[in-house]
Design a protein around this ligand. Structure first.
Ligand SMILES: [Zn+2]
Length: 173
């Protein structure tokens, strides 16, 4: 499936994000950042794709995923660089990342997990202004990361199904 097919497939979720951004604009929060809009969308729900939220961080399913179960973990606060995190935010973000790895492991039983961040647009960040960590399951023999970035993606389940699996598998506090 090519990029245009994917864009059509997920157009409904993109529309939801646009609606969220409009709400955030009315609230006076940052209107241009989709992650701030999600951060302002309240507790975890299937319709905002947030699977976990603390006082400082949250985890959301990537609406444009490289794989099923592709999570983004990030601070609630809009910041771009690791050294802008307070020590509390840094610890909480790492805690959320560990929980995301546990949830993906329980929900998908993958052969491996990719975890990391693209800092800056030149490094591949789609939204460079709001720091986020990617955590996604991998299987032996699946398409490699660069190929999936190039647009050859296999999407065997819907985002709603992925949300149910990961929310259900999220470790209790
Ligand atoms: Zn933001």
């Amino acid at each position: 499936m090519g990029e245009s097919g994917l864009e059509q497939l997920w157009a409904g979720w993109r529309r939801d994000y646009v609606v969220s951004a409009t709400v955030a604009e009315r609230d006076g929060s940052e209107p241009d950042c989709v992650f701030c809009a999600i951060a302002a969308s309240g507790p975890p729900r299937v319709d905002n794709l947030v699977v976990w939220r603390s006082d400082l961080s949250f985890a959301v399913l990537n609406a444009y995923p490289y794989a099923s179960g592709h999570l983004l973990v990030m601070p609630l606060r809009h910041l771009a660089q690791l050294d802008e995190l307070s020590s509390e935010e840094s610890a909480d973000l790492w805690c959320g990342t560990r929980l995301a790895v546990s949830a993906i492991t329980d929900a998908y039983d993958p052969d491996g997990i990719n975890m990391g961040a693209n800092l800056g647009r030149a490094a591949g960040a789609g939204i460079p202004g709001h720091l986020h960590l990617h955590v996604l399951p991998r299987w032996s023999g699946d398409t490699n990361f660069m190929t999936t970035v190039a647009g050859v993606r296999v999407m065997p389940e819907s985002l709603a199904v992925g949300w149910e699996r990961l929310h259900g598998a999220w470790p209790p506090p």
